[in-house]
Design a protein around this ligand. Structure first.
Ligand SMILES: Cc1cc2nc3c(=O)[nH]c(=O)nc-3n(C[C@H](O)[C@H](O)[C@H](O)COP(=O)(O)O)c2cc1C
Length: 175
């Protein structure tokens, strides 16, 4: 599959089969995060893998939608604000580095037949407490990961749900 086919057909998956994710498959997804670029190559990204068990149940409760429970694995993608690059005006690029790592992982997951969905609308304080992260480590994104339950798929491919190119691209100046 070409890159544009992959990007054009993937969609968020919120319905998963119970099948576990083999270790080598999970490693491939994590490897994609390792390969993602980051500002000045500072790599301020930390991924905490949460499978099932008591901790997982507690983390599920940080997000109000029940579908999170179906995902065999949650990847909590954290940004380390103590090691992220800051521009001279102080802007911290940690979130962008986290987003790139998460984006690479969703594409890698799609490439090997896994479904995934970003989750950002969770209680970050609660997750931070549960995971024991210090104040400079921010849990920014959770990725739900698993084999898609095809019966639960309702989304059309990404390419059909995006603005037209001429709505998002300008050549030269804004106006
Ligand atoms: C930064 C970000 C935050 C998101 N947070 C959530 C979330 O909390 N819950 C959820 O169900 N989906 C979440 N999503 C998934 C988006 O809703 C989804 O990617 C978007 O609607 C486009 O659909 P698609 O991924 O199927 O192409 C998030 C996506 C991004 C990029």
């Amino acid at each position: 599959m070409s890159f544009l086919e992959l990007a054009g057909t993937r969609h968020s998956c919120r319905s998963f089969r119970h099948d576990p994710i083999p270790d080598n498959v999970l490693q491939s997804v994590l490897e994609a995060a390792r390969l993602a670029p980051s500002a000045v190559n500072y790599q301020p990204v930390l991924i905490i893998v949460v499978g099932d068990g008591e901790l997982r149940d507690s983390i599920n409760s940080s997000y109000e939608k029940d579908w999170i429970q179906n995902a065999p694995v949650l990847l909590v993608v954290c940004g380390d604000h103590s090691s992220a690059w800051r521009r001279s005006d102080g802007k911290d690029y940690c979130d962008m580095d986290v987003a790139l790592a998460a984006g690479y992982m969703t594409l890698a997951a799609g490439d090997i037949g896994l479904g995934s969905s970003w989750i950002c609308d969770f209680d970050a304080m609660q997750v931070s407490k549960l995971l024991g992260t210090p104040s400079h480590i921010e849990p920014s994104v959770m990725l739900a990961l698993g084999y898609p339950d095809d019966a639960g798929v309702t989304a059309s491919p990404a390419r059909e749900r995006r603005k037209a190119l001429d709505e998002i691209v300008r050549f030269g100046r804004y106006v």
